[in-house]
Design a binder for this molecule. Structure first.
Ligand SMILES: Nc1ncnc2c1ncn2[C@@H]1O[C@H](COP(=O)(O)OP(=O)(O)OP(=O)(O)O)[C@@H](O)[C@H]1O
Ligand SMILES: [Mg+2]
Length: 482
């Protein structure tokens, strides 16, 4: 991502110092600094007007020509720095403003943030701090532009890549995987939406330190999801991710049925290059639709008997309900240790799925501080879990531009099952207890739910994949070592 930067600095020596640091930033395109607040506002107005003339920017806000980042020096004039920041934030909301100041204390920091700044960098300037603040502001600006429906990333075409992440069972690392795949794709410059379809107990918001009252439920029942409606429901996270969260009240998750899920995912795919979905581990109609539509369906397991059995159960459920075939599913082994007996080839054999080449090591200590702070985005780049999930994102083709991916073929090669009827699944059904009657698009009624609870309607529908059961990963059979 090229970061266009415009600085407003009155003092020529300070302007030169900033300029020389900015020229060292990778992907930065600094424009010559302007010397006062009037010149800054005029330059932004001109850039905005140029963008408006460009046909590509014919969205709700013409922001194409605007720099991603504006740096404002504290001693700018004639308008005081904070007033200028407020003005820029109001008139050009898709620009990330960073204040340069000698007083980087908490009071000024809060005042700058209140005025609409995206960051504060202290004097004397250091390269690392400036780079971090500029990059964060640029990521934020790019995210806002996607939501405003402008900018080159806004219209990746009719179908961004859809990746679902489902847990073999609870607690195996589904959300950590989904969050870090999304962050890896975003860091590589892709526009990314992360959707929490773990409708009853989604915790994407908790992992990314987000308090946002809108959720996916706000989009359920809307026939034609416009850019504006989508933008209202999606939280523009400061990492640049667009977050569509699970509802605060779990029971409202039922409002998102199969049909709503298809529509919402379709709308997201037309706006984002990559749509990552945390499906949790409990299948209901919405996440089943997502798994069915996915270009890549990941199934996360840990390398232990109980989880691998659960993975096998999940795969069989998907097969019986014609959601997805085992061979079209990619299993990710999380929390792998060298001395565990159950190594990835055994997982592949037991589940009949492909197992991702990249495995994720167990590293509790690394993750714990970020989990406790509810800030997964702060996980250090040296983290082995982060590195493994970054490698997995690369393996899945999520860090490349769509054009590069198409050139080489990708996980998208698998035709989606969209349009083909599949058997319906009742809300809240755990693997092995879903209903088998009905067709895609039909909202499951009370009878379906009753069926799910009793398992009655499901009982007679065992397909070939559900038979057998003497292996070590079958719940009925004993686990034999080796
Ligand atoms: N590779 C790993 N190494 C160590 N700990 C991990 C790893 N992956 C995940 N964890 C930890 O496991 C716990 C569960 O992770 P996570 O919330 O992602 O699982 P989940 O499958 O989404 O759970 P849930 O069923 O509650 O949605 C968290 O505390 C997380 O930090
Ligand atoms: Mg989870």
């Amino acid at each position: 991502m090229t970061i266009r930067i415009l600085s407003a600095i009155g003092d020529p020596d300070a302007a030169r110092a900033v300029s020389s640091l900015l020229h060292q930033l990778p992907d930065a395109e600094p424009a010559p600094a302007v010397a006062d607040s009037t010149a800054l506002l005029a330059a932004l107005a001109r850039a905005g007007a140029q963008g408006a003339e460009a046909p590509a920017a014919a969205g709700p806000a013409a922001v194409e020509g605007l720099p991603e980042v504006v740096l404002v020096h504290e001693r700018i004039g004639p308008a005081p720095a904070l007033e200028l920041i407020r003005e820029v934030a109001l008139r050009f909301p898709a620009v990330g403003v960073v204040l340069i100041t000698a007083d980087a204390g908490p009071a000024l920091f809060s005042a700058a943030m209140d005025a609409g700044a995206r960051g504060v960098v202290g004097l004397p300037l250091g390269y690392d701090e400036l780079a971090a603040r500029v990059q964060a502001a640029a990521q934020w600006a790019a995210g806002v532009r996607v939501h405003l429906g402008a900018g080159p990333e806004a219209a990746p075409g009719p179908a961004g890549t859809l990746v679902t992440v489902t847990g073999a069972k609870g607690g195996v690392g589904t959300t950590v995987t989904a969050v870090h795949l999304a962050l890896a794709a975003r860091t590589a410059g892709r526009s990314v939406a992360l959707v929490d379809l773990d409708l009853q107990s989604g915790d994407v918001a908790s992992y990314l330190d987000v308090q946002f009252r809108r959720s996916i439920v706000d989009l359920a029942g809307i026939q034609d999801i416009s850019v504006r409606v989508l933008q209202d429901a999606v939280h523009a996270h400061h990492t640049g991710l667009g977050l569509l969260l699970a509802p605060e009240e779990g029971e409202r998750g039922e409002e998102v049925d199969d049909r709503a899920a298809r529509q919402i995912l379709g709308a997201l795919r037309s706006r984002y290059e990559v749509v990552l979905v945390d499906c949790g581990s409990q299948m209901q109609s919405a996440n089943a639709a997502a798994v069915e539509l996915a270009d890549t369906a990941l199934l996360v397991t840990t390398p232990d008997v109980v989880a691998v059995r659960a993975a096998k159960r999940q795969v069989r459920l998907w097969d019986r309900l014609q959601i997805r075939k085992a061979e079209d599913t990619t299993t990710v082994v999380n929390r792998l240790t060298r001395n565990t007996e159950i190594q990835p080839p055994l997982v592949a054999k037991a589940t009949g799925t492909q197992v991702a080449r990249t495995h994720v090591p167990a590293a509790f200590k690394e993750l714990q501080p970020c989990v406790d702070a509810g800030r997964m985005q702060d996980l250090d780049n040296r983290s082995t879990v982060k590195q493994a999930l970054g490698a997995l994102a690369a393996e899945l083709g999520l860090v490349e531009s769509p054009a590069a991916r198409q050139g080489r073929g990708s996980h998208r090669a698998r035709p989606t099952l969209t349009g083909r009827k599949r058997k319906a699944i009742a809300p809240g059904a755990a693997p092995g207890t879903a209903t088998a009657e009905g067709a895609a698009g039909a909202a499951p009624g009370p009878a379906d739910r009753a069926g799910a609870r009793s398992g009655g309607r499901f009982a007679g529908r065992r397909g070939p994949a559900a038979t057998g059961g003497a292996g070590p990963f079958d719940a009925a059979g004993p686990y034999e070592e080796g």
